[in-house]
Design a protein around this ligand. Structure first.
Ligand code: ASP
Length: 351
């Protein structure tokens, strides 16, 4: 078994010099029937340094990892593991997914999620759902029980009711913290005469340091050698007009292919959609023969960064090699590698 930890400071180009860029890589040699899982709790441009917040997030990430890993070690599928891990994070108010999601300009929660099976290339996704307690579970049902890939809004919820998924009031998702962050933005917009409904993720970070990020995602490799990826989010704080980001878009925020890797993204969704970032990582591996490390680093530090986007991905190949490049200040992460080693935290870690 071999573990390699690389810290990358890509300060070589002027363009990148303002960014704190980093990637965290674990390589583990394949064992007999290895399994592995990696998760993220969002690329964070404004990470909290409060030890209590960090400890609480770490506890949830650890629980999510174990929920997924237990399924993998008992012979379950990577799809089941991804759903189990993401459900834990959706149920936690600490992340921007499920309970605790960011709010639209109207003060409601609208949730997006997707999942993909690397063996069959089947995928399921939902966007702008307002009453589905666990959007990742509904995305999984779209994958398995419908002939479609992406269902949105009321239609997605009607399908969810047919499938008997748990429905909740929209209020369930709304935490005091998100309500306060929303109010601060609304008050500022009112003061400015609300010239525009639009928000920009990067401006939000500067103007509203408490605006919350924390999209969640998971990638997994099961003992049958199948990869899966999933992502779940409330999207962008104060989003308007039914805005949908990359998280429910297959190829942008989520992709999985047994022949290459599984990817879940987080960051400014518009860039991930325009750059087809998740698919592009797999395409580099397939057509150029790149390793998962080269491909993911290249698409985040070169393509996304040069496009002006911020964010990151977690990616895992069929040997369980995990890479987590991001050009934001931090990314909440966790993994259990093929050797069973667990690692959880906020990267870069505080000294
Ligand atoms: N990618 C998500 C979106 O654009 C947001 C995020 O990851 O913070 O909807």
């Amino acid at each position: 078994m071999r573990h390699t930890l690389h810290f990358r400071s890509l300060l070589s180009g002027l363009l990148l010099s303002a960014l704190c860029s980093a990637s965290f890589i674990v390589e583990s040699a394949a064992q007999d029937r290895p399994c592995a899982i990696a998760i993220h709790g969002g690329a964070d441009s404004n990470p909290s340094s409060d030890p209590e917040v960090l400890a609480r997030k770490k506890a949830v990430l650890t629980e999510a990892l174990h929920a997924g890993h237990q399924i993998l070690t008992t012979g379950g599928s990577s799809l089941d593991a991804v759903v189990a891990a993401i459900r834990v994070m959706e149920d936690s108010p600490l992340f921007n997914a499920g309970k605790g999601a960011v709010l639209t300009n109207e003060g409601t929660a609208e949730l997006d999620s997707s999942i993909m099976d690397g063996q069959t290339l089947n995928a399921g996704a939902v966007a702008s759902v307002k009453h589905v307690k666990n959007p990742i579970a509904l995305a999984r049902l779209v994958l398995e029980k419908s002939p479609h890939v992406l269902l949105i809004g009321d239609g997605a919820e009607a399908f969810g009711k047919e499938q008997k998924v748990e429905m909740v009031e929209n209020e369930y998702f709304i935490t005091e913290k998100q309500r306060a962050a929303w109010k601060a933005i609304r008050d500022r917009k009112m003061k400015d005469g609300e010239k525009s409904k639009q928000v920009n993720r990067d401006q939000l970070v500067k103007q509203f340091p408490n605006a919350n990020f924390g999209t969640v995602g998971a990638v997994a490799l099961d003992q049958d050698g199948n990869l899966a990826a999933g992502t779940s989010t409330g999207g962008l704080m104060y989003k308007a007009w039914g805005r949908v980001g990359d998280s429910p878009i297959i190829g942008a925020g989520t992709y999985a292919d047994n022949e290459t890797c599984a990817v879940s993204a987080t960051g400014t969704g518009e860039y991930f959609i325009r750059g087809a970032i998740a698919y592009d990582i797999t395409a580099m591996m397939r057509y150029k023969g790149s390793s998962v490390i080269e491909a993911a680093n290249s698409r985040i530090y070169e393509k996304l960064t040069h496009m002006g986007g911020t964010g990151g991905v977690i990616a895992m190949d069929r040997a369980g090699v995990i890479v987590m490049p991001h050009n934001t200040k931090a990314m909440n992460y966790g993994w259990i590698d093929p050797a069973g080693q667990i690692e959880v935290g906020q990267y870069p870690a505080k000294k």
